[in-house]
Design a protein around this ligand. Structure first.
Ligand SMILES: NC(=O)c1ccc[n+]([C@@H]2O[C@H](COP(=O)([O-])OP(=O)(O)OC[C@H]3O[C@@H](n4cnc5c(N)ncnc54)[C@H](O)[C@@H]3O)[C@@H](O)[C@H]2O)c1
Ligand SMILES: O=C(O)C(=O)C[C@@H](O)[C@H](O)[C@H](O)COP(=O)(O)O
Ligand SMILES: [Zn+2]
Length: 369
């Protein structure tokens, strides 16, 4: 039996991430942070048929009298839109959700981001409980309070910082996760090693086979370690005025790829978020080497680990470097002075760099590897 792991996220609104098997049947865990009479369960068309009944049954048993409703939307990044966000708000209105109501986000990062944003906006902010069902959502998107939807012009351009009241990560749900999505989550896990801790990259290398085989303990340990890295940084910098931006390693390139591909990710021919971040991290590591900041060998090592996890490491064919560069100008790290990138000094040590020339960025995008 895998032990329960908990991670406490400090800050002005502290909360706990609970990581264990079978939590979606655990009414006490799911409702511990509930304050009112209303809960809107938000999920997608893949996840709801698998788990929504169980979550709702457990919550109602733990809280007799709880009024629940569901908002189930089509799956996929291209659905993380203002239109679906509006529908989610309509579902809160139909439920009659009062200011002490909660939104329960049951799904991957798309659901967590959209439901979290609805929770941030309904009556200027109600409670959000994250119940992540992808590896990526367990290790990253359910923690830290970034919520958002995409615009056709850019990823996550409309959103809010709104920390959840609780994160309930049932590792058993990962058994139904498609292989490709498991690998996508591993990209964000690798990111923590890349930016904070080279020793964690060694641990991932040593446990790669176990992680790919979904060994319960290896997965739970990777989730808990990842959440600890993230909790540490968001506790001291919720609003991304400083170090939190390091979590964006690989994302300036990655978001540009996702946007250029029209968020085709999981449901189409494009890269999903984790895959785009994998490519983006390799490009960021190469840019760092080209600028003389980091050893080229570290970029090679990062690439090898990502490849071991079956992740892409090269730009997909057909994307124009100039178009990608144009997308980056709407990246949230860009400011009036221009583009800024999260680069690294080598494995385990990232930092923000400004004044990177267009030529250097285009060279990395144009060099075939
Ligand atoms: N807020 C943050 O801090 C943060 C961090 C990282 C990523 N993100 C966002 O998260 C999103 C990516 O999240 P994701 O990778 O979880 O994608 P996702 O939410 O699209 O889920 C991936 C796919 O897996 C399916 N799925 C989910 N759980 C399942 C399960 N247990 N069994 C079977 N199928 C399941 C979904 O229906 C979907 O088709 C992106 O929009 C990204 O921008 C946000
Ligand atoms: O939590 C953060 O901070 C992150 O940057 C985590 C990223 O993995 C995540 O993809 C995030 O949504 C990106 O944020 P954005 O501000 O660049 O849209
Ligand atoms: Zn990310």
């Amino acid at each position: 039996m895998t032990a329960t792991r908990t991670v406490h996220v400090e800050g002005t609104t502290p909360y706990t991430v609970t990581i264990a098997p079978d939590l979606i049947d655990d009414g006490a865990a799911l409702t511990a942070a509930l304050r009112g009479r209303h809960a809107l369960l938000v999920s997608d068309a893949n996840v709801a048929p698998l788990y929504a009944d169980r979550v709702e049954t457990a919550m109602r048993a733990a809280r007799p009298g709880l009024q629940t409703a569901r908002f189930v939307m089509p799956a996929g990044e291209h659905e993380k839109t203002l239109a679906r966000f509006g529908e989610c708000l309509d579902a809160l209105a139909a439920l009659g959700a009062t200011r002490d109501a909660a939104v329960v986000a049951l799904g991957g990062g798309v659901i967590g981001d959209l439901a979290g944003f609805a929770g941030a906006c309904w009556m200027r902010g109600i409670d959000v409980i994250q119940v992540p069902t992808t590896l990526l959502a367990m290790v990253d998107s359910s923690v830290g309070g970034k919520t958002a939807v995409d615009l056709p012009t850019g990823k996550n351009l409309v959103g809010a910082f709104h920390p959840p009241r609780a994160v309930v990560a049932d590792t058993t749900t990962l058994r139904s996760l498609p292989e490709r999505e498991l690998r996508a989550g591993l990209a964000e896990v690798v990111k923590y090693g890349a930016i904070f801790d080279a020793g964690f990259l060694d641990w991932l290398d040593a446990h790669a086979d176990a992680l790919l085989a979904r060994d319960d303990d290896a997965i739970a340990e990777a989730v808990a370690r990842s959440c600890r890295y993230k909790a540490d940084v968001v506790a001291r910098d919720l609003y991304e005025h400083g170090d939190r931006a390091l979590l964006n390693f690989g994302h300036t390139f990655g978001h540009a790829i996702e946007t250029e591909q029209g968020y085709a990710g999981t449901s189409g021919d494009g890269l999903n978020h984790g895959e785009a971040v994998a490519v983006g991290m390799v490009l960021a590591a190469r840019l760092s080497a080209d600028l003389g900041l980091a050893p080229a060998a570290d970029a090679g090592r990062l690439q090898a680990l990502l490849q071991r996890f079956g992740l892409p490491v090269a730009l997909p064919a057909g994307l124009s470097p100039d178009d990608l560069l144009a997308r980056m100008r709407l990246d949230k790290k860009a400011d009036a002075k221009g583009l800024r990138f999260i680069l690294w000094d080598g494995a385990g040590a990232a930092r923000m760099i400004r004044d990177v020339s267009d030529e250097a960025v285009l060279k990395v995008l144009e060099t075939p590897r």
